[in-house]
Design a protein around this ligand. Structure first.
Ligand code: SF4
Length: 277
């Protein structure tokens, strides 16, 4: 079983609206800079990237720490094609696999429990074991529309009540979706940001890596970087501004009390509205 105690309610709306709408200057700026970054990303030299990886060195120690909350921010952002692959592999629904990607805010009590988390994050629902509180809703009110819907810009892998990834097999620390695991997992602890290679904290860094493995990692990293940028660009192009209003926050708080929080997730294919409680 991948999921225990699923508390997803239902998907009530999904759309790939092609409605014409005016972009703000900020959105236009984002679109232009994303296009430029993609253009430069496509010119990245995979040979140089592989050489850089080889100098850093990496060999997975199979500790499973990157999939667990206790060792730091283990959120895994997903693009729609990745969710689809996992869906085909597992037979789970989209909403069983992924939830709204939400800003990095941690309720204080959870933060105190885990000294590895310095920035913090907020689980999207009780599914994750971290419930919204009215205070948290206030912090993210920029993302709440006048009808009390909470907007998110992308998806993240669902987590268990202990905040570990739902696909981590507890007893063996093995990934249950290994053949179709997300690109982030495949390329961890490396990532590319603004054309530069970066690493996250990981016990496997510094170990020798073969030329073939570093080349494969470089190819996967390149693919991930470009796919994520292209997906983000498509999302911004598709995005329709939502209307804010004074009553939105109060409505969202009421829905929270009634366990009927509504989310609208924007992605490259449109937007999805659903109740998650
Ligand atoms: S999908 Fe697999 S590799 Fe990725 S975080 Fe979950 S268990 Fe770990």
């Amino acid at each position: 079983m991948y999921l225990q105690n699923t508390n997803l309610y239902m998907e009530i709306f999904s759309s790939g609206s092609k409605q014409k709408h005016k972009k703000t200057n900020y959105q236009l700026l984002l679109i232009t800079s994303l296009k430029k970054e993609i253009e430069s990303a496509l010119k990245l030299c995979l040979k140089d990237l592989a050489a850089e990886i080889r100098v850093i060195g990496f060999s997975c120690r199979h500790c499973g720490k990157c999939c667990r909350w206790a060792f730091g921010d283990n959120r895994v952002m997903l693009i729609p094609t990745e969710i689809e692959k996992i869906r085909e592999f597992t037979g789970l629904s989209k909403l069983e696999i992924a939830g709204p990607f939400v800003p990095e805010i941690v309720p204080l009590d959870r933060l105190e429990e885990n000294e590895n988390i310095t920035e913090g994050f907020l689980g999207a629902s009780e599914e994750t074991g971290v419930s919204f509180s009215p205070e948290i809703l206030e912090l993210i009110q920029e993302n709440i529309d006048r009808d009390g819907n909470i907007h998110a810009f992308g998806w993240m892998l669902r987590q268990n009540s202990n905040l570990d990834c739902i696909f981590l097999e507890k007893s063996t620390s093995k990934c249950q979706v290994y053949p179709v695991r997300p690109m982030l997992c495949k390329t961890y602890p490396f990532y590319i940001k603004y054309l530069k290679l970066h690493t996250c904290e990981c016990e496997g860094l510094g170990y020798p890596i073969s030329a073939e493995d570093s080349q494969e990692l470089a190819e996967n990293l390149f693919y991930r970087y470009v796919s994520e940028l292209e997906d983000m660009l498509a999302m911004y192009k598709e995005f329709v501004n939502f209307k804010k209003g004074e009553k939105g926050l109060e409505l969202a708080k009421k829905k929270l009390v009634d366990s009927t929080c509504t989310y609208i997730v924007h992605d490259s294919t449109g937007n999805y509205k659903f109740i998650d409680y």
